[in-house]
Design a binder for this molecule. Structure first.
Ligand SMILES: Cc1cc2nc3c(=O)[nH]c(=O)nc-3n(C[C@H](O)[C@H](O)[C@H](O)COP(=O)(O)OP(=O)(O)OC[C@H]3O[C@@H](n4cnc5c(N)ncnc54)[C@H](O)[C@@H]3O)c2cc1C
Ligand code: FES
Length: 392
């Protein structure tokens, strides 16, 4: 056997892009033009297996029904899908990052943390069973190392924000990519570390990968001699002294992202090196407008110069909506929380029913014409055309 055939990865199949040629090659050969195609698969999947990962995290393995997408699921590591489930007769949509790597395209895995009091995640934990069906649409998002080729990375996350890192590390390992990657992950306690054993094994076998775990507190039932505390400039400087030379990815809940951003600013990281994915409720500023794709009005009335009143029927709240403000932004400004993900009319998470009135909706593929015909709309990219009543 020649040396070349003994190492199938020796000759790059595509021109060198940064230092991770094969990762880019896999993502692009599978058709994941990140951001270019908002919905390259939209299909029913069946649940093949559900695996408990920690006390409040499960991994759901999904199998395409029928033939599935030609060539398998196409995505880049770090991208997400929207999952639609029938929860007690209501179609609920939420975003989940694909935790499996694009190098294993025949199945998708999602790693889901239970959000107490949430609509979908407790249902996925308690009610979903092997053989059940869900709908997945994607891939979505541009939070991917493939989009930002570099020789070295710092992947920072907290809680379930580790899922883009899982997909990325698994792909790097599958492809034996010679990348320099430091992972810094924050968890509440050692019992909350997601896929710790797998990541440590991967770091041990992949010379360029190093992992730093940081727990907020110890746990009575777990031995812990690692870092304790929260994200801080001192910790980052000590563990990743060359971080200003790295492309940095941050993922997790808003409080963590704010603290991590501050720490990186303190250490002199250029904001253009930093890429962020926010997992929970991105509250848009009042006045923000999506400004995307084709306008889909539920009726033909024009103009909202005077502003409007929005009544949220189920919450029994009435809020003012200034001109040019989306329904989601007006709700947030009034302290009313509606589910949301992308805030750009893309993911469908905010989908609600309009009980009365008209809106000007400028979505980007997050809703189907038959849903619009049935009175559904996306509050994140809709401005009222006069007073409206929303079923929320
Ligand atoms: C791009 C993206 C990728 C993501 N990837 C992942 C992932 O890989 N893994 C993962 O676990 N999660 C991920 N998420 C988060 C996920 O989409 C959901 O937000 C999460 O699972 C909670 O959904 P839920 O339906 O259970 O909770 P929701 O019903 O959305 O509620 C969320 C929280 O808000 C509270 N809440 C709900 N309604 C109200 C109200 N009216 N007033 C006050 N509080 C309220 C609930 O009690 C709950 O604590 C991702 C999010 C985004 C945007
Ligand atoms: S939040 Fe994604 S479509 Fe509205």
């Amino acid at each position: 056997m020649s040396e070349l055939s003994a190492d199938p990865y020796r000759t790059p199949a595509v021109p060198v892009l940064g230092n991770h040629t094969r990762l880019v090659a896999v993502a692009s050969s599978l058709g994941a033009g990140v951001l270019a195609e908002p919905a390259s698969f939209d299909l029913e999947v069946s649940v093949r297996r559900i695996r408990r990962v920690t006390h409040d995290v499960v991994t759901i393995v999904l199998d395409p029904l029928g033939k599935g997408p030609r060539g398998g699921f196409a995505f880049a590591p770090g991208q997400y899908v929207t999952v639609t489930a029938d929860v007690d007769g209501e179609q609920v949509e939420r975003c989940y990052t694909i935790s499996s790597p694009p190098t294993r395209p025949h199945l998708l895995t999602l790693t889901v943390k239970r959000e107490a009091g949430g609509r979908l995640s407790p249902w996925l934990h308690d009610r979903l069973a092997p053989g059940d069906r869900l709908r997945v649409r994607g891939p979505l998002g541009g939070f991917s190392v493939v989009e930002h080729p570099a020789a070295s990375y710092l992947l920072m996350s907290a809680g379930s924000g580790i899922t883009p890192t899982l997909s990325t590390l698994r792909a790097i390992a599958d492809l034996a990519e010679p990348l320099d990657v430091v992972v810094v992950h924050h968890a509440r306690t050692p019992l909350d570390l997601i896929e710790r054993a797998e990541i440590e094994a991967l770091a041990a076998s992949q010379s360029g990968v190093r992992v730093v775990w940081v727990c907020e507190a110890a746990a009575p039932d777990a031995v812990w001699d690692g870092h304790l505390g929260r994200v801080s400039p001192a910790l980052l400087h000590a563990e990743v002294p060359d971080l200003t030379g790295r492309e940095i990815f941050l993922c997790g809940p808003p409080g963590y992202l704010d603290a991590a951003r501050d720490a990186l600013d303190t250490l002199g990281v250029d904001p253009s090196q930093r890429h962020e994915e926010r997992f929970i409720l991105d509250t848009p500023e009042p006045g923000a407008s999506a400004g995307l794709a084709e306008p889909v009005g539920l009726a033909g009335r024009a103009g909202d110069e005077a502003g409007a009143t929005i009544r949220f029927a189920r919450s029994d709240r009435e809020v003012d909506c200034p001109p040019g403000t989306t329904v989601l932004a007006a709700a947030a400004a009034a302290g009313l929380r509606l589910p949301s993900g992308c805030t750009q009319g893309l993911c469908g998470t905010c989908k609600s029913t309009l009980l009365d009135g008209d809106v000007d909706m400028r979505h980007a593929g997050g809703i189907r014409p038959r849903e619009v015909a049935a009175g559904r709309f996306l509050p994140c990219c809709s401005t009222p055309l006069g007073d409206i009543v929303v079923d929320a």
